[in-house]
Design a binder for this molecule. Sequence first.
Ligand code: PLP
Length: 427
Amino acid sequence: REAETRFIELHPESQRLHKLSLDSLPGGNTRTLLHTSPFPIFMRRGKGSELWDEDGNKYYDLVGELSAGLYGHSNPTLQKVLTETVQDVGLSLGATNVYEQRYASLLCERFGLERVRFTNSGTEANIHCLAAARKFTGRRKIIVFRGAYHGSVLSFGSGVAENNIDQADWVLLQYNDSEGVREAFSQNNDVAAVILEGIQGSGGFISASPEFLRTVREESEKRGALMILDEVMTSRLALGGLKETLKIRPDLITLGKYLGGGLPFGAFGGRGDIMDVFNPLTRGALAHSGTFQNNTLMLHSGYAGLSEVYTAEVVQSLNALGDGLRQRLQQLFAGSKLCVTGQGSLMCVHITKTRLRAEQITCQDDVTAIEAVDLKQLFWLELVNAGFWVQKRGTITLNIAMSTTALDAFVEAVEEFCKKHRSLILV
Ligand code: PLP
């Protein structure tokens, strides 16, 4: 109550704007994930790793636009290239252009792909990837994992979401269940692909075990199905994406988020023989179109970001920043219901029923305690009131503009939360 009263006092303008939005947007909302109670905060602007809301409150941005905000707000390199592109090149040209060849070539080199195609979002990248797998194998079924998020119409958070496409064709398994994968293949001889995240991002940054990934790779290969690794969130974790760290060779991968340099983006690619299902020179090729998928702003900003800003050294330092933060939080949470999972700059604070260490969390069922809902809301309210922009479900993604001062302040605020609500968080 006290935290909510404070929240309402601090955000009168957000409350007013929310009421206004109810007239034109369902629930005042256009991104379900951003809906919060008692009302959402309306942000006005961002700079570096900071945000200001419509009431003039300042926040350190730990949401990082769900990992798409890797460069921070108003990165000078991206700002310059975007301004120059508007001035000198123009917006979408409605024609093939050299900028798409240049960025495609960089993505292929960086992520070890033979061929790549652009889309407008990670969701679309996954949809087209699944279409490619079906066309290439001539099969229908797709193995997916509970807790997976491959985009808004490809969400497997708690069972198959009602807005999922082609519901009948999914084989839904538990994440990290190798035996389940073997069994599913032995019971279904028409599996086109297995699609999975190396770390379930929206599911709470839960890592796949090396053994599980090996099983998926071996079983799919043995049964003539494709392995699709969704790297929409995880491609930032190593120069060549998480698959480089995992030492795994998926047939196709999907990309998104920060790789658009701040603009809407998705891409998918991998083996040339599979990607050739989109080759318009061959008979019966799959069509894959989208008005903005070779737009000049994204192609310039994405290219500049990846080639000039997110270099090998920056990948390393961002990972180290995240690893350091997670270690400090882990120490704070020792002996409590709180726990933090993740890798590098991607992490999630969980509130579990019993005391769990990060390594004990292997699937979403481990972290969906109904009893924790109120505590999660309290955690969110207290941190937002203290000037830290975090996500209500506990996801944190860091950006390269983040200072250690900001993270020190964040750890202090979390420590304050733990002290103040000690009786609630102890098991
Ligand atoms: N795949 C993963 C792993 C994601 O985390 C997301 C978005 O959060 C998507 C796909 C969908 O990307 P987009 O929101 O660009 O459609």
